[in-house]
Design a protein around this ligand. Structure first.
Ligand code: HSE
Length: 401
């Protein structure tokens, strides 16, 4: 029998209890023994829940109980989740989590602490919700040097952008629906302003390149400035607007950013709708690999948490290969001003003015309502874009994938 404690009985925590109960037989077969929920830590009581008797309010009961060998942290937020995680690892308990904020901010330290104490710290659910992507990177793709990763990493914003495109729903209505469905963070600003996706990019950098980038070092733009008109214009030009997390590592220097992008219909990320996420990466041996599935939501995210529980409870505990990374230093980061990619611009200029400045850099051009929309034929750096804005009236600009 493996005794588990759940920290946080919100959307994902209650989902975890549901998965462990509903699929008990499968989990027993995978682990070779039963997995029992001994405690659930929350500030609230849940008198109508079948787990009511397991609810405790004092963390010390859990950390001091030698029977609890595994703790599933699904509290959200950095504090006290970070302190509780540290205390559990120091007490010789393995920890699994869906908490991207803690992993992105403290993951390198917590992995080292787990190693020192001979236990595991696993966080499959922290990126891509229910998609089995992280273990695939650090186990199945371990023989690959990963050069680049692009992903739709936030279910809430993808749900909003899809609703705006397919049903003409307003931004606010779509966000409210995402909150009702349990996709959004407690403070949905983290979703719509791109911070949640930046935390996931940080974790992906850790696993793909061995260096955990501080979220503050990731250039981050959200989707709050995207209008229904932007979405329909993009569709007219053969693109979908998606919030894309990007990271690449060239000559040992990492570039990481999150921003809305025009994604051409030929790119498989363009077709990912609703709460679904996709992660597209390139390994130097395997080539392009894409992971796809539900990126948020109670049971999908809980499914990934339970995958980590099974990994540990079955005795594997990441013994095939544990996740490992260290904190990035300033020396690991590329100069963001030099980051180069194709661009979309909407200019409030005449076609001849645009052509005079852009010349052969202009690719696909659309003239409409006094505006000139352009997808560039060549990549342009952040510096070049800033310079362009001094010569033309740019009323909308976006990176292109
Ligand atoms: N708020 C997050 C999202 C939850 O919408 O993707 C899953 O990490």
């Amino acid at each position: 029998m493996i005794s588990v404690a759940i920290l946080g009985f919100g959307v994902v925590g209650s989902g975890c209890a549901e998965v462990l109960t509903q699929n008990k037989d499968l989990i027993r077969a995978a682990c070779g023994s039963d997995v029992e929920i001994k405690y659930i830590l929350d500030l609230r009581d849940f008198p109508d829940s079948p787990f009511a008797k397991s609810v405790v309010h004092d963390f010390n009961i859990i950390v001091n109980d030698p029977e609890v060998s595994l703790v599933a942290e699904m509290m959200g937020g950095s504090h006290p989740a970070y302190e509780f995680t540290k205390a559990c690892l120091q007490a010789g308990k393995s920890v699994v989590t869906s908490n991207k904020e803690v992993v992105a901010n403290f993951g390198a330290e917590l992995l080292a602490l787990a190693e020192q104490n001979g236990v595991s710290y696993l966080f499959e659910a922290s990126v891509g919700g229910g998609i089995p992507v992280l273990r695939s990177i650090y186990v199945d793709l371990a023989s690959n040097r990963i050069g680049e990763v692009n992903g739709i990493l936030n279910g809430t914003t993808n749900y909003i952008l899809t609703s705006m495109k397919e049903s003409g729903t307003s931004f606010d209505d779509a966000l409210r629906a995402a909150q009702r469905l349990g996709y959004a963070e407690a403070n949905p600003a983290a979703d719509v302003e791109g911070l949640d996706a930046a935390r996931k990019v940080a974790i992906l950098c850790g696993l793909c390149f061995g260096k955990l980038i501080a979220p503050a070092d990731i250039h981050t733009e959200g989707i709050t400035a995207i209008s229904g008109k932007d979405v329909s214009d993009a569709a007219q030009m053969g693109y979908a607007i998606k919030l894309i997390g990007h990271a690449d590592c060239k000559d040992g220097k990492i570039t990481a950013l999150v921003s809305p992008r025009m994604v051409p219909m030929s790119n498989p990320l363009s077709g990912i709708s609703g709460v679904f996420n996709g992660v597209l990466l390139n390994g130097n041996m395997v080539g392009d690999v894409m992971f796809y599935g539900p990126g948020a939501g109670k049971l999908p995210t809980a499914s990934a948490v339970v995958a980590d529980i099974i990994d540990i409870a079955s005795g594997k505990g990441g013994t095939v290969k544990k996740p490992h990374f260290v904190n990035a230093t300033a020396d690991d980061l590329a100069d963001f001003a030099a980051y180069s990619c194709a661009r979309y611009f909407r200019f409030e200029n005449s076609l001849s003015e645009v052509n005079a400045v852009l010349g052969e850099r202009a690719g696909h051009i659309l003239c409409e309502d006094g505006y000139v929309s352009v997808i560039t034929a060549v990549p342009m750096s952040e510096n070049e874009v800033a310079e362009l804005a001094t010569r033309l009236k740019v009323c909308s600009a976006m990176r292109v994938l």
